[in-house]
Design a binder for this molecule. Structure first.
Ligand code: SIN
Length: 305
């Protein structure tokens, strides 16, 4: 059987399909549907130092071929995460990535430092820095739209943690390669792209935006061509591995991202439609490799002509 295993800098994943932050809770929401251990890795909803209640409802709107969300980074806070969620996530038997978000650099650093103290630093496999949330009035994207801020943040977290660092980038910038290079220069091990695209839905009869926050982040198949282009550009412009994310619905989409240069992917919105999508995707990836006569999925990475 061909191998689906991939290396992502210092990480070795049993397959290239990770569950994207914010679409999976901390795993427990998926347990009725599948064993979360089937993914190459799981990435929990962003954790902040203090609990956050999130934005007013409604927080999601379905759009043509996509979904807008404005959750506002609702999460139980760092202490509750360590106590109530992390132990269960560790039992899934796959790579465990903790997604961190902060209002200040010091908040990211504090969480990264404290994770080093849990189980001798072995409680998690990697950190994903959310520098790309489009939905928070106090910021969220601010670290990801300026190369200097990106580099400084990654450098500070790097100094506080021995864990592999994934920098999750926003597409809502003019030149994503400059941000990606700044994250690389700061010491990131992997670049994750992209987070959602800022968008809007209006109920014209009410003359109102549907989301109380007015704007939200667009995900789903509508953004796949946009994210794919950015992944292709960043994979060519940087020297660290890229993880692709954006509207992946099936194994063909995964292959497109790999051919564009991603070494792995994250699936998100598809899980709201078909929570067991990863199982179909993994089966189809095996079949594609057999059809192509390939031994390893890594042979596909960056093969675009
Ligand atoms: C949210 O919680 O509003 C979305 C998080 C994100 O896109 O990073």
């Amino acid at each position: 059987m061909p191998s689906l295993a991939v290396t992502l800098g210092p990480l070795r994943a049993k397959n290239p399909v990770f569950s994207a932050s914010g679409t999976f809770g901390y795993g427990e929401e998926m347990e009725p549907f599948l064993n979360p251990g089937v993914y190459g890795g799981i990435i929990g909803k962003s954790i902040s130092i203090k609990p956050r209640g999130g934005n007013p409802t409604p927080r999601v709107v379905e759009t043509a071929s996509g979904m807008l969300n404005s959750i506002g980074l609702q999460n139980p806070g760092f202490d509750a995460f360590l106590r109530d969620y992390l132990p269960r996530m560790r039992g899934y038997g796959t790579l465990l990535v903790v997604n961190l978000v902060g209002d200040t650099v010091d908040e990211y650093v504090e969480m990264a430092r404290r994770l080093e103290e849990v189980e001798g630093g072995e409680a998690v496999d990697a950190l994903e820095l959310n520098i790309s949330c489009p939905n928070c009035p106090q910021g969220g994207m601010e670290f990801g739209i300026d190369p200097k801020a990106t580099r400084l943040l990654v450098e500070r977290v790097r100094a506080a943690s021995r864990k592999p660092i994934l920098a999750k980038l926003t597409p809502n910038v003019t030149d994503i390669v400059s941000i990606a290079r700044a994250a690389e220069d700061g010491g990131a091990d992997v670049l994750t792209l992209t987070n959602t695209f800022v968008g809007m839905a209006i109920d014209w009869r009410k003359r109102q935006a549907i989301l109380p926050a007015r704007t939200g982040g667009l995900s789903g198949p509508a953004i796949k061509p946009l994210s794919l282009r950015l992944v292709w550009q960043v994979a060519r412009g940087c020297n660290i591995p890229v993880m692709g994310i954006g509207g992946i619905m099936n194994a063909d989409d995964v292959m497109d991202f790999l051919v564009a240069g991603a070494r792995a992917v994250q699936i998100g919105t598809v899980q709201f439609v078909r929570p067991r999508a990863v199982l179909e995707i993994l089966e189809d990836l095996h079949r594609f490799l057999e059809e192509e006569g390939l031994d390893s999925i890594e042979q596909v990475v960056g093969t675009i002509k």
